[in-house]
Write a protein that binds this ligand. Structure first.
Ligand SMILES: [Zn+2]
Length: 314
């Protein structure tokens, strides 16, 4: 849980009224609910106070839900955060429509205050704009020492060509996401097992500092079924140098989840999968020291903790 490193939610969230603060506790769900309340509270006087800013907070590598409750008859709810479009969907229609978008911060996102703007078209046809300030707070990522066989730790020239080609293949997939939202709350953990809690850890492999760990590892026995964490389209299924046998699912709205080091892929590129559908089996293919699933998530280009998708959508 992220909250272990954060203290109470009171420290994390600057809300405009004492009434809202009174609802806070150390629970992530409650915090996310509060974020929604703040948005709703701001909205209620937005016509008079358009441009009023309130500060919400988000940790590096975290995903939180952001909610708006515009008046009936509203259409075209949109938003921008960290130069990316927010994908809003309607959560409720009665008695008042509520829209939700997931906000994510890359594990290396610069800390500090970043603007979020949301717009909607009112019943009268006028475009309304709301401004928020999102404060990105630092997450303390510790260092993990790993020892690997030299051929996996230090790829040769031929391997480097393959690695670069594969990096571009992944980039191409991430640049062609479906804009329509295909997922539905909640996200599921793809496999039951021992979670390593190594998301974002800096990695030192055979004594040399490498790229941080951009997903979460779940240890499980060889051959354990791996489920799609939500509905989506399989946009990559293949065998890769570092990631081994892998599946990438596009959930729409610029959100992808990844499943690496499989012993077997049980789906094909282009297939639509349902949440809970088996897409592969746990293995140790690619650069892995034992059987586990590497589960990764990418939201609007941000490398985020996949477990935070579960908390943000439960
Ligand atoms: Zn991993």
């Amino acid at each position: 849980m992220h909250l272990a490193r954060t203290g109470t939610s009171k420290n994390r969230l600057h809300v405009p009224t004492a009434t809202l603060l009174g609802r806070s506790n150390a629970c992530g769900t409650r915090l996310n609910f509060l974020v929604g309340l703040v948005a709703v509270a701001l909205f209620s006087y937005s016509a008079e106070a358009s441009g009023t800013a309130s500060t919400l907070s988000l940790y590096q590598g975290e995903v939180i839900p952001f909610r708006l409750s515009p008046p009936p008859g509203t259409s075209s709810v949109a938003g921008q955060f960290l130069s990316q479009s927010l994908a809003f969907f309607k959560e409720t229609t009665e008695p008042q429509s509520q829209y939700m978008a997931l906000l994510g911060a890359d594990l290396a996102q610069s800390v500090g205050k970043h603007p979020l703007s949301a717009t909607f078209r009112g019943e009268e046809g006028r475009l309304h704009q709301l401004e928020y300030v999102i404060e990105i707070l630092p997450t303390l990522f510790t260092t993990q020492q790993l020892t690997l066989p030299t051929d996996k730790a230090d790829p040769n020239r031929e391997d480097l060509v393959r690695i670069e080609k594969e990096r571009m293949q992944f980039q191409a997939v991430f640049s062609k996401g479906t804009s329509e939202i295909l997922w539905q709350p909640p996200f599921l953990a793809p496999v039951e097992g021992v979670v390593s809690k190594t998301f974002g850890k800096k990695r030192v492999i055979n004594g040399t500092e490498r790229k941080p760990h951009t997903g979460e590892d779940i240890a499980a026995s060889l051959g354990t079924p791996v489920m799609a964490s939500n509905h989506g389209r399989v946009v990559l299924a293949g065998d890769f140098f570092f990631n081994g046998q892998s599946v990438v699912i596009d959930h729409g709205g610029d959100l992808f989840t990844m499943y690496f080091h499989l012993s077997e892929v049980k789906t094909r590129e282009g297939m639509f999968v349902k949440r809970g559908e088996v897409v592969g089996l746990v293995g140790q293919s690619g650069r892995a020291t034992g059987p586990h699933l590497h589960w990764g998530a990418r939201l609007s280009g941000a490398r985020v903790d996949p477990f935070s998708l579960i908390h943000a959508t439960e």
